[in-house]
Design a protein around this ligand. Structure first.
Ligand SMILES: [Zn+2]
Length: 315
């Protein structure tokens, strides 16, 4: 039996591209890191001061459209959710991310490129057991329109539903058990999406400047869908919301054992949920994973041939 221990990358991996919101180019390299390091970002384009930003829930600056991490010195990195989802989904616990710009490249709007390159590079096992957070008591947060809940569970499970007036989206719901490589098979190629009515608002506010409909974001304009060569799954939007939630939950700092239920929730509410989880006495416990628990982590059982190789089209 393979030793069930913390992982890192076998070698560095580099990605280049523009940020979805800033439109600015960036070169991002993932470096191997030792056990217990966790995930950190470092702004290599800033010479002075503390340029390291731990990928942790208490570093998140609230923003409805993406997840932005800011350290005490005011150094930030935006749109970390897709790379965080890829790292969590591939079972990587320790990685140093260096980036020479303010925002993670959006790639094709999904996490598929990240997952493919990580898997092609390979994963190195480190001789230290996996630590994790185990949800012990239910925690729920809500706004007038949305709700997010974490319930005790012996694995990471996710239930999500969304509801949009756009005919192209409508009501979508999905439930997934995120062990055994489910992330790579079911979620990693699902792209960022938005409504055409929101695009002009976003751009007037200096957001979505790097967005190209059909190329790095799916845009729903009533019943018309700008999705490049087509949707990759008939329910690609709700799957993308699950991808985002996995990335945002990874900011717990360790893998999480719990059942996340998202009802029209998003980045900001998922972060509020993590804050509530860690604020509530006795709601979460740090555990060292035994073999059975480690076997249920999202990255275990990931199979290379199951990773979507190319853009797929729903018939
Ligand atoms: Zn996203």
């Amino acid at each position: 039996m393979r030793r069930l221990v913390q992982n890192t990358l076998k070698a560095p991996v580099t990605f280049e591209g523009v940020g979805l919101h800033s439109g600015k180019p960036a070169r991002m390299t993932l470096f191997p890191a030792p056990a217990q390091h966790g995930i950190t970002f470092k702004r290599s384009d800033i010479a002075l001061g503390n340029t390291v930003i731990p990928a942790r829930w208490d570093m998140v600056e609230r923003s409805p459209l993406c997840t932005r991490l800011v350290n005490a010195a005011g150094v930030s990195v935006s749109t970390v959710e897709h790379i965080m989802a890829a790292l969590a989904g591939c079972g990587l616990h320790n990685v140093r991310v260096e980036i020479d710009g303010p925002e993670v490249p959006i790639m094709d709007g999904s996490a598929a490129d990240f997952v493919r390159e990580i898997m092609a590079t390979g994963i190195r096992r480190l001789g230290v057991p996996v630590r994790a957070w185990k949800v012990v008591k239910p925690v729920m947060v809500e706004t007038r329109e949305a709700r997010a809940t974490l319930l005790p569970c012996d694995r990471l499970k996710m239930t999500f539903n969304i509801e949009f007036a756009e005919a192209g989206i409508g009501s979508q719901s999905r439930e997934l058990d995120l062990r055994n490589g489910t992330f790579a098979r079911e979620l990693c190629d699902c792209r960022t999406f938005c409504r055409q009515v929101d695009v002009e608002d976003m751009q007037a506010n200096g957001l979505a400047l790097g967005g190209v409909p059909g190329e790095n974001a799916v845009v729903f304009d009533g019943a018309v869908v700008h999705a490049g060569s087509g949707l990759r799954h008939s329910d690609e939007p709700v799957r993308h919301k699950m991808l985002d939630a996995l990335g945002d939950l990874a900011l717990a700092g360790l893998p999480l054992f719990g059942h996340y239920v998202g009802e029209k929730s998003g980045h900001s509410l998922t972060n509020t949920l993590l804050r509530a989880l860690f604020a509530e006495p006795g709601a979460v416990r740090e555990v060292t994973c035994d073999a059975l628990m480690t076997a249920r982590l999202p990255g275990q059982g990931l199979v290379w041939s199951e990773i979507p190789a190319q853009v797929r089209r729903v018939a």
